[in-house]
Design a protein around this ligand. Structure first.
Ligand code: MLT
Ligand code: MN
Ligand code: ZN
Length: 352
């Protein structure tokens, strides 16, 4: 809705500096001694949602887990995150279908009283999947909207699911192409570097033709590897590092390097075991084939890389870990704890 006269933007949302590759921030800097870390310029992460597509409970599912979630109210909204380096300029990572209620539940993302000056400076997408992009239309009231996505995801969101053209009459949207390995400098001292994680297209984009001419065009032999990405976040001072990878098909050497010196790693916890969904539905597809490395298969890697705090997110409603107290979750708990891992919860605030 167009704002009425008294509530027109008091001052326009601050445009972020144009995205350009920055110096890589890989160099490990000296960590401040405990108690000496300044409160500004450290990463703040608010986990907005922790469920896979459909959420928990899923509207059309009466399985034991969904029934318990309905009864107890222990619900999970769909995977989404907010991140900031200075506590003032915030970025969404993905835009879930539950975005409106997630934004309203997050005090950091509220406009200061009497203004329309949202702390949201943009959205970074990890994929073009509907559970990561449907929320973009929820942001149409913004005076302007900056969206960062890889070339194939940008193409998908302009052609197969044309949210780009759809938003154009509502808000001034700016689209930026994310290139894995090229850090992007964002507002408030936040730096995001994408990590190519896989070539799984959203189902709606299965038939999308070769990408249009321009930046990042083309489909190399063997397919693109940037349909699904993760992000490694640092702040300009290099004091805090976080990795976010809600869709992780395989544990590659690149993933191993990205988590090596991270403070926190928020990763794919869609399924507990590779055959979980097949067992529940009688289907044949394993979780890996769906682009999700099961918890049982990533845990050994976590155990071999001690140091970061690991948090599993994007939990499917079939995953027993989404149901605390279930016999399977109780059985898995010691292995998770031994690896420094836990299940992420909606609303968690991480102050790194
Ligand atoms: C996924 O994470 O694999 C997708 O979101 C599944 C889907 O919703 O189709
Ligand atoms: Mn998903
Ligand atoms: Zn269910």
């Amino acid at each position: 809705m167009r704002p009425c006269r008294p509530c027109r933007p008091i001052r326009p949302c601050r445009p972020i500096r144009p995205c350009r590759p920055t110096r890589p921030c890989r160099a490990r800097r000296e960590r401040p001694r405990p108690g000496t870390r300044p409160s500004e310029h450290a990463l703040k992460i608010r986990i907005l949602g922790t469920a896979a597509g459909g959420g928990l409970p899923q509207w059309n599912c009466g399985c034991a887990g969904c029934a318990t979630a309905r009864r107890t109210g222990a619900a999970r909204s769909q995977d989404c995150l907010a991140v900031s380096a200075d506590g003032a300029a915030w970025y969404l990572v993905n835009a879930s279908p539950d975005l409106r209620s997630q934004l309203l539940a997050t005090p950091e993302l509220a406009p200061p009283p009497g203004t329309r000056d949202t702390p949201l400076r943009g959205v970074l997408l990890t994929s073009g999947e509907l559970d990561h992009t449907l929320g973009l239309v929820t942001l149409r009231e913004a005076a302007e909207l900056t969206v960062h996505a890889t070339a194939p995801v940008r193409a998908a969101l302009h052609e197969a699911f044309p949210v780009g053209p759809l938003l154009a009459p509502y808000t001034k949207a700016r689209w930026h192409t994310v290139v894995p390995g090229e850090p992007v400098e964002l507002a408030g001292g936040l730096v995001a570097e994408a990590l190519a994680l896989g070539g799984k297209r959203p189902r709606y984009a299965a038939d999308l033709a070769a990408l249009p001419a321009g930046e990042g065009a083309g489909e190399p032999a063997g397919g693109r590897t940037d349909w699904v990405i993760g992000y490694r976040f640092t702040e300009a001072g290099g004091r805090a590092r976080a990795v976010y990878a809600p869709g992780l098909a395989a544990w590659t050497p690149a993933v191993d390097r990205a988590v090596a010196d991270a403070d926190v790693v928020i990763l794919d916890g869609t399924f507990a075991t590779d055959d979980e969904l097949a067992e529940r539905t009688g289907g044949a597809r394993g979780s890996r084939g769906m682009g999700h490395l099961a918890v049982a298969d990533s845990l050994p890697h976590l155990a071999g890389r001690p140091g970061p705090r690991y948090l599993y997110t994007h939990l499917n409603n079939t995953n027993p870990l989404a149901h605390p107290g279930s016999p399977e979750a109780t059985a898995l708990a010691p292995a998770l704890a031994a690896a420094g891992a836990a299940v992420a919860e909606d609303g968690m605030l991480l102050d790194l």
